[in-house]
Design a protein. Structure first.
Length: 384
């Protein structure tokens, strides 16, 4: 629906102390999450992208759901924690009242994407993301906090995105997952004689300068939740947060950032992830048998708003970063405040030894449009 030239990032923002009383009255202290605590992802788990199709296009996942759904079928299982992106509000870099800077940073999994939009498996690599949007306006609309950054003609690109905003592709090191240990095809980046990335390689992220409003309207039109000229938009009420940006050349300066001539930078609908506790009802002191059949997984729905339920047809489960499977069925049990979904354990294809931790991830969508993620932190393997 939208071109891959843009990044549409989902962000759940951590509180900035001095703003608590004005915008986020329920925030009690610094670093407490607001809205939801996970960055989430595109509603369809699409990787983000930030390059015109005519240039090197980088696609990357910042959350496990995206990795499992879009990357694992090409790469196989990846360890939990391969993606972990944090976010925070920081002090404003400009003197305009009611503004903040928004910083997004953490670990990602990145791949190259060809001119047709297809992922190139041989390019897969670990990476880090750092994006800071400067001078974001804070307001309250209908009781819901809203954050927005609009560009104006002749505004310096480094006054919109901090100059060090980038995605860095990491060279393989000891401990790099096997499927991410031989990234090739990263044009402009240092590589050995086999074409494998030999040094970390950073691509600057941001926006270009626009000479007039007409140029802004062409590149950043009104689209979806975005107003004309907006490069960042976030609304508490529907958990929508988005970024529109482009990238520069490998190890280049912000001045190399370019957007295709006439290309429309438009994001898609991405939503913050609601964290719901979960419980794999295993036998033998809460264990997972990788050889067993159907087993119930209970999703705690006690904190959901009245009338908001899980959409059973959207539920998927994966284990240890493997490919997702659908449940054999889901049923809400109001007396226990859970949605109970059953999964065939052996279909999760877990390889484990007795006592190993097993990471079960259950994802899906709520009736109000938000996505949820659920994990059982106490589950161990019982391979007998």
């Amino acid at each position: 629906m939208f071109p891959t030239s843009s990044v549409f990032a989902v962000v759940a923002l951590a509180a900035f102390m001095s703003l608590g009383a004005f915008v986020f009255p329920h925030v009690g202290h610094a670093q407490e999450c607001i809205w939801d605590c996970d960055l989430g992802s595109d509603i369809n788990d699409f990787p983000w992208g930030n390059s015109p199709q005519s240039q090197l296009d980088i696609a990357y996942c910042i959350d496990p759901s995206c990795v499992v759904t879009k990357f694992s079928p090409l790469l196989g299982s990846l360890p939990s924690g391969t993606t972990a992106v944090a976010q925070e509000l920081v002090a404003s870099s400009c003197s305009v009242p009611n503004t903040v800077d928004v910083k997004i940073s953490g670990n990602v999994v990145a791949m190259l994407r060809d001119g047709t939009g297809s992922l190139i498996a041989g390019s897969a690599a670990q990476g880090t993301l750092l994006i800071t949007i400067k001078c974001v306006t804070v307001s309250v609309v209908g009781g819901s906090s809203m954050l927005s950054r609009v560009v104006v003609p002749k505004e310096l690109r480094t006054n919109v995105f901090k100059a060090d905003s980038n995605i860095t592709i990491l060279k393989p090191v000891v401990g790099t997952p096997a499927s991410l240990s031989h990234p090739v095809g990263w044009t402009g980046c240092p590589a050995n004689n086999k074409g494998i990335l030999s040094q970390n390689c950073a691509f600057p992220l941001g926006i270009v300068e626009f000479n007039n409003n007409h140029a802004i309207e062409d590149a950043l039109p009104q689209a979806g939740f975005f107003a004309t000229g907006e490069v960042f938009h976030a609304v508490e009420s529907n958990r929508f947060v988005g970024i529109r940006d482009c990238k520069g050349t490998a190890n280049g300066q912000p001045s190399t950032i370019a957007c295709s001539n006439g290309e429309i930078l438009t994001g898609g609908n991405s939503l913050a992830l609601v964290d719901l506790p979960g419980n794999w009802s295993g036998a033998n002191s809460h264990t997972f048998n990788p050889k067993s059949g159907s087993n119930p997984y209970d999703i705690d729905i006690s904190d959901l708003p009245p009338g908001v339920s899980i959409l059973p047809d959207t539920v998927l489960a994966s284990a240890n970063g493997g490919n997702p499977i659908r449940p054999t069925g889901c049923n809400e049990i109001p007396s226990q405040n859970v949605e109970r979904c059953s999964f065939i354990a052996r279909n999760l294809n877990v390889v484990c030894k007795t006592g190993d931790h097993v990471n079960i991830l259950v994802t899906g969508q709520l009736e109000d449009g938000r996505k949820f993620g659920s994990t059982d932190q106490t589950l161990t393997c019982s391979n007998k």
